[in-house]
Unconditional design. Sequence first.
Lengths: 238, 536
Amino acid sequence: MSVHTLRIDGRDLAVPEGTTLLQAAREAGIAIPTLCHLEGLSPVAACRLCLVEVEGAGKLLPACITPASEGMVVHTATPRLQDIRRTVVELLFTEGNHVCAICVANGHCELQDLAVSTGMDHSRLPYRFPDRHVDLSHPFFGLDHNRCVLCTRCVRVCDEVEGAHVWDVGWRGEHCRIIAGLEEPWGAVDACTDCGKCVEVCPTGALFHKGDTTAEKQGEPARLQALVHARRHQQWDP
Amino acid sequence: MSATLRVCTAAGCAGCGGSALRERLAAVLAAAGPGAPASGLALKGVGCLGPCSEGGLLELESSAGRRLFGGLTPEGVEAVAASLANLGPDADLASWAPPGTRPIDLEQPFFRLQRRLVLEHCGRIDPESIAEALAAGTYGQLRRVLQKDTPEAVIEQVRRSGLRGRGGGGYPTGLKWATVARMPGREKVVVCNADEGDPGAFMDRSLLEGDPHRLLEGMAIAAWAVGASRGFIYVRAEYPLAIAHLRTAIAQAEDQSLLSAAIAGSAFSLQLELRVGAGAFVCGEETALIHSIEGRRGVPRPRPPYPAEVGVFGLPTLINNVETFANIPPLLALGAEAYAAIGTANSGGTKVFSLTGDVRLAGVLEVPMGTPIATIVNTMGGGAPGGHAIKAVQTGGPSGGCVPADRLATPVDYESLQELGSIMGSGGMVVMDDTTSMVDVACFFMAFCREESCGKCIPCRAGTVQLHALLQKHLAGEASAADLAQLESLCHMVKDTSLCGLGQSAPKPVLSTLRHFRGDYLALLRPEPGGREVAP
């Protein structure tokens, strides 16, 4: 295996071949915001928060799927990128109904954290206040579409890790929503194993334990990563 | 004496009575006694005859030459049939004029300035008859290359011809073929993108309806050149006639051993399948199209890997547009140099356009690359009707932009249109007269993109919604200078950050109208609260 040297934000780094720009940056302690990305799940490069500038590339590249290559010069936090990230977060907030004060994920929410880290203290774009519903048909969990950011982590974890493929995306564009089964109430989908992995990886309060109330939900992506690691390396000791 | 009557039964003219007329006339011909003029008449349903705005169209070819008639209506079908049935034994078909129709001058620029390579047989042959296609020479190039050529030599011909992707991207076709041909692996796939979806674009439909065998021949040659044994034609469900003609053509070609196994007696085989889209514009994007062919949700994925490396079912895949494939047989017949000489230095060959909008003569036409837009819309199309002047010409649909009237001398080729902030696109050309609000045009296309966004990436899913709302605010006269600034900056953000071509080009109609028609936007701004005028 060969090693590539590259420069990210002025720091020279050496990483094994196949390392993504996101991995390389995070190893070096350089923070690049992400939302759809989650270590352990396949990357989809959909949220566009991790776009970075690569000299000579001509266009912005998503750090989560762009492999580091020899001699790359990468900038992760230029004023242009910072404005793009703030706009992405504004678009997310305005297309849904995100009310932190009454949300189960308040204080433990990745969207909330993104708003803080990108400096989005208000939206320059008008809120859309879409009419969305809540699915409480499952005995243990709930799905509040108002808080869903369509990152598809739930879709991927259920398909790739649990193997049940309960979730998918229905409709298109602004009408997209996460659907259970063939657009059935979650509780009516026999394929669901009640494992709760989707709840654990959900970055917001969209998927939650029914018992949780305001600020009580804490996502646990580390459990997913431990499981994926254990399976991949056949090491089951904690 | 013998004569041929061609009735256009393509989608447009079929609705103007074309299909009904063919049926009625077939009955008249069957009933005509020996010696009656109609008994010497050969009747054909054909594909697009060109000037769709004059439809329904029918063409009579006799010893006196070709005569084209337009203006057929469903109500006028009976009169035409009766007139033909009642022709006296001494009547001359060459001077017969179908009642209720008007003659169309075949010497006018619309026809005279065309160079028909791709549309060579369109409107001439019955698209449902392989015998007519064969008689016109279709499949001749396929037979020839299978017997006498090597794949490398054919790819080299395509490369030297300067042919570039006619779907709008303009990627050099020869290079694409060479890339797929060089990919390791025994199984490869060739795909025809027939998901024509731009508003105002109907070139590919006309070709599919009018000469499907031309496409099949081009695809077969491509498949053989790159080493593919499976092929898919992805066609949108909104084209029922094109689908029917393709199905017929594929079955006929298989019967004649021009598709499927042992093609034309060679060891080459190609299994061709038709895939019918389910009404998503985004499936014209190649990675979304691949997902759709595979039976998955039609959403794009980031490239690389490009389809040439990882395509349908993970196999190396060649994806070309309908018109690109249809260019292959005439290209090989002419030879690379002669083909390249037709176009410009950077874009060889011809381009088919669907001319529509505020123009006297609308329809499908084919011109050499590099023809000035003014020649197409003014000389050939006759300019805007009703004493109006042309304000702009829109090319490339929702991914394109508007060429202002003072730049109509621009030649149609990939680079020239890009410099103007538009694109060649697949060939839709919408003419707009001086009554058009360019903000309204931009808003229309943004509404289209908002509706057609797949929703995967945030900038396109939510950005097009915000952009559409901002444009509506302008149209309502409620926008401020700050809104205009926000519109512009959000356009750049969506363009720079979206995952696929749909989102990346969705702001183009706005940006191009802002560039050339900023006054249209400024005129809609509401006055500043302090009474301050906005500087133009």
